[in-house]
Ligand binder design. Sequence first.
Ligand SMILES: Nc1ncnc2c1ncn2[C@@H]1O[C@H](COP(=O)(O)OP(=O)(O)O)[C@@H](O)[C@H]1O
Ligand SMILES: [Mg+2]
Length: 390
Amino acid sequence: MDEKEKSGDAVRSVKEVAESEQKYRNLYEQSPDLLRSVDLDGVITDCNDAYAKNMGYSREESIGMSILDHTAERSITEMSIRFKEWKTSGNIIINKEIWLKRKDGTIFPTLLSGANIKDSAGNVTGRIVSLRDMTEVYNIRKTLEANNEKLQEQHYQMIELVKKLEDTNERLKKEKEQTAKLAIIGEKMSQMNHNLRNPLHVIMMNVEIMNIQAKKAGDNATISKIEHITNAADSMLVQIDELMSFIRDDTLELDNQSLNQIFEKAVNLVKIPQNISVQLPMQDIVCKCDPNKLQIVLMNLIANAKEMIQDNGKITIRSKEIKNEIVIEVEDSGPGIEDDNMPKIFELLFTTKKRGTGLGLPYCKNIIERHGGTISASTNPTVFTIVLPK
Ligand SMILES: Nc1ncnc2c1ncn2[C@@H]1O[C@H](COP(=O)(O)OP(=O)(O)O)[C@@H](O)[C@H]1O
Ligand SMILES: [Mg+2]
């Protein structure tokens, strides 16, 4: 190769270097990613247009600033660690999430990747860092997360709703069963009403004739026996009437009534044995209610209490007015209600007694609810609580 050729090559290679540098510059400038060059001290030595535009610093302003000046508070530690790592290992970094801080103080997420810049001897002199603006992706992620949370919440709400529907369904099913049972009971009771009432009337008519004859004869022993029979027959008729009122859908006859009077009548009719004491409220309350039906309710509660008290015991009846409600409590010193039975005691035909009917408490519930009130039970001690609207 002669001199001329050699100098030609040199010119060509200078030209080639210049061309490739231009190419690199174009690539650097035209990249949509934010690019910056950094020296070994973390000082910015160059940046592209995209970087300058996004950061709000001109290229000239950026050059000479530390990369930490361009890093958001939350990423400073991460950035310092990564930079130290790179300086000691020279390893390149790919896709690390780093938040940058613009000139106006706003911050945004980027994915940072770095490549080494080497001199002709192969020593690392700095690096080119590409920062991909992740603002949009980040916003989408945030929206997705928020949506996901909302969906999750809706999902839980749905589950709750389904559970409520199932409960309602279950309750309706039970109510339907109860209605069916009630219809059968109604039919049987009507028959029984007829079958008992007629013979009872026959007995009472004949007893009445015997009574007249005994009075004529002045037979006091027989008169006293007849009185017993009459009382017993009367009591049977009352009980039949009570049962019939249970199935008859008769309307309430509301009246302002003294509660204490109702309590006293109920206690007298239940016939409490000697070993059980009954305490009535000192203070009387006037209550708008159907007195006859409320009396049967009280009779049922008192009878239940009496039936549960084995030896000596006490039944306490309390009444109080709270705001626009009247509360009546019937407490007994009996053994209480078993936890398993608690949810069932107001169910039609539920009884734990050998000769029980399971009609008492459902009757009470029906009457109290028709008054617009509620009845509930608690145990330890056993208290039945009636709440009536004033
Ligand atoms: N005061 C009470 N103490 C304990 N258990 C009670 C009491 N009152 C009611 N119960 C329970 O509720 C059940 C249902 O009562 P009820 O409807 O009056 O029917 P019955 O008295 O015919 O059994 C009773 O069998 C009993 O298990
Ligand atoms: Mg009962």
